[in-house]
Design a protein around this ligand. Structure first.
Ligand code: NI
Length: 136
């Protein structure tokens, strides 16, 4: 029996989409207003899904209180109210698109899940735009 257990967290952060190897004109052409030199903010919604079998002694795949703490300590505390281009160790030297942030969050979490296994990281940049990464 395989069950998928999910935890949702939110954070607010700013970023600028910008490739330092390209000119300002090229960045403007690719990223448009997302390349605004002084950045802009988003209210991100993060969904983390753990896959596994319930432990016969607890009925849990993973204790959600523990999952909440793991996500907060390894991700939310590092990104909330931060500039994603400058302030976050695990996003250093990447363009902070939703894709790249989701992949960075996956790497932060994948070895820290004590039971079950990390199945999916879903990141909403807006209500309508979101990405999902499954570690492939
Ligand atoms: Ni943006």
């Amino acid at each position: 029996m395989v069950i998928y257990v999910s935890r949702k967290e939110t954070f607010s952060a700013s970023h600028r989409l910008f490739n330092k190897n390209l000119s300002d004109e090229e960045n403007q052409k690719i990223f448009g207003k997302c390349s605004n030199p002084n950045g802009h903010g988003h209210n991100y919604v993060l969904e983390v899904i753990i896959q596994g079998e319930p432990d016969p002694s607890t009925g849990y795949v993973i204790d959600l209180k523990l999952l909440k703490t793991i996500i907060r300590e390894n991700v939310i505390n590092k990104v909330d109210h931060k500039n994603l281009n400058l302030d976050v160790d695990f996003l250093k030297d990447i363009i902070p698109t939703t894709e790249n942030i989701a992949a960075g969050i996956w790497k932060q979490l994948k070895d820290k899940i004590p039971s079950g296994r990390l199945y999916s990281v879903k990141l909403y940049e807006t209500e309508k735009n979101f990405v999902e990464y499954k570690g492939e």
